[in-house]
Design a protein around this ligand. Structure first.
Ligand SMILES: Cc1cc2nc3c(=O)[nH]c(=O)nc-3n(C[C@H](O)[C@H](O)[C@H](O)COP(=O)(O)OP(=O)(O)OC[C@H]3O[C@@H](n4cnc5c(N)ncnc54)[C@H](O)[C@@H]3O)c2cc1C
Length: 431
């Protein structure tokens, strides 16, 4: 983070060092500086989103994606303020509104327009019901246009860019962004295509939920991962089925030799076809990613796992790992579903509980149970949590995974019960 901060502020430091005096007014100078910082953030966005292991590992990909979104908003605000402050400080409103400006000013205006479209789409994608693939295409296209437009505009228009050190920094930023993009969009897919994994089993786990088992190509070891981590899979199946890269938890435990499993729920335009995957199909596997894993918190012993629906997958991977390694943990699993038919891994969980190799208590909570259901009923709430985990929640560690709203509400409940934030771990199923 420190390195990121230093890089973002480096153009300001360089300009201050190389050109301590300026004959521009304060407002104008701030306007100029906002553009320098804004463009630097934009260039670094390519590094943040390129899935470099050394960038991902300390934070987890989900956190990086939220950081990417937050920095996009900050960069957009800085870059949109830039022409306003220049116009205000230099009394030159033609910069914004005038039709007769030099063409590299037009390039800057086009870049700002693309930024506005980007921000609007990122905010309202779900409202205007734009599907994820279309949004991603527009997002990627916009990103590769903004960078050269912004670069050329600043190179030509920016007075500070006449300084040799600034020219060097700008060229380095452009090169870094291009190299990151090339590595992520070109090199990575080529390398993944060389070692496709093979589907060996497709098993129905519950209604509309399938577990796919994959093995690496012969002679290639399966990569190592932590229980609870996820990977991106690109299935290559019958020609009429879609080929898209999606993130899925690795629901198997790393203790299962030589295989990777993902348990996938039919929930949208891609996953609706997941049951049509067959043994013999292949998949490109990119992973592992994420930091949602109990092994990263070895001092926590009393765990409460809270899952809703398909959010069980990372918790299942951890439970299998605890079972196989006989890790000294006591776990209470609260598992919310709508109906009995929706419960995935029901038999395996019951076996784990019975075997007693580790202390595990499983509590199923159903929101629409049949009359015969004798277990917990209703939407999983603080009453269920306190009844099953005991009134004293604060000393325990919580692992929460489910739909965004469920996860958010559960975290609020736990915080109200004075569970420290450092002992609430969660995974969001959206990037
Ligand atoms: C870290 C992580 C772990 C996950 N683990 C599991 C799991 O174990 N089992 C499971 O069933 N689901 C899991 N998901 C959710 C799964 O990725 C989405 O349900 C799936 O991508 C939806 O695809 P769709 O096109 O069928 O649905 P849609 O209805 O088209 O999309 C629903 C939402 O899923 C997200 N999404 C869609 N396509 C993509 C994509 N190509 N890349 C990234 N996000 C996308 C978008 O937020 C979109 O709004 C996980 C998601 C994440 C981020």
């Amino acid at each position: 983070m420190l390195l990121y901060g230093v890089i973002v502020l480096s153009p300001l430091l360089l300009v201050r060092f190389a050109r301590p005096m300026t004959d521009h007014g304060f407002v104008f100078t701030v306007g100029k500086n906002l553009a320098l910082v804004g463009f630097t953030i934009l260039a670094l966005q390519f590094v943040v989103s390129a899935r470099f292991p050394w960038v991902e590992r300390p934070f987890g990909l989900n956190v990086l994606f939220y950081f990417h979104k937050a920095m996009a908003v900050i960069a957009s605000l800085l870059l949109l303020s830039h022409p306003m402050l220049l116009a205000l400080g230099g009394n030159e409103w033609s910069l914004i509104f005038g039709p007769q400006v030099i063409w590299h000013i037009w390039l800057g205006r086009i870049a700002l327009l693309i930024i506005l479209v980007h921000v609007w789409l990122a905010t309202f994608r779900l409202v205007v019901k734009m599907n994820y693939e279309t949004w991603r295409f527009v997002h990627n296209l916009g990103a590769v246009l903004i960078l050269p437009l912004g670069f050329y505009h600043s190179w030509k228009a920016g007075g500070d860019l006449q300084l040799p050190w600034m020219k060097t920094l700008w060229a380095a930023l452009l090169l870094t962004a291009v190299a990151s993009y090339f590595r992520h969009r070109v090199l990575r897919p080529v390398l993944l295509r060389r070692y496709p994994y093979q589907v060996t089993e497709v098993r129905r786990e519950a209604e509309g939920v399938w577990t796919i088992t994959l093995v690496p190509p012969e002679g290639v070891p399966r990569f190592d991962y932590l229980p609870g981590q996820f990977h991106f899979l690109t299935f290559q199946r019958a020609p009429n089925l879609p080929v898209e890269e999606h993130p899925w938890t690795i629901s198997s435990s790393p203790t299962a030799p030589g295989v990777l499993c993902s348990t996938i729920k039919e929930s949208g335009d891609f996953t609706v076809s997941i049951g049509k995957t067959h043994p013999g199909d292949t998949a490109l596997v990119d992973g592992p990613y994420g930091r949602f894993s109990y092994v990263l918190h070895p001092h926590e012993r009393e765990l409460v796992f809270i899952a809703a629906g398909i959010g069980i997958t990372p918790l299942m991977s951890m439970l299998r790992h605890i079972r196989d390694t006989r890790a000294e943990r006591s776990v209470i699993l609260l598992y919310a579903n709508t109906r009995e038919e929706d419960i995935a891994f029901r038999d395996e969980l019951a076996d784990m509980e019975r075997a007693g190799a580790t202390s595990l208590k499983v509590v199923h909570v159903l929101s629409k149970p049949s009359d015969a259901w004798e277990g917990e009923r209703g939407r999983l709430n603080d009453e269920h949590i306190k009844r099953c985990a005991g009134p004293e929640l604060a000393p325990r560690a919580f692992y929460v995974c489910g739909p965004s709203m469920f996860t958010q509400q559960t975290i609020q409940t736990l915080r109200k019960a004075r569970v420290p934030a450092r002992r609430i771990h969660f995974e969001r199923f959206d990037l």
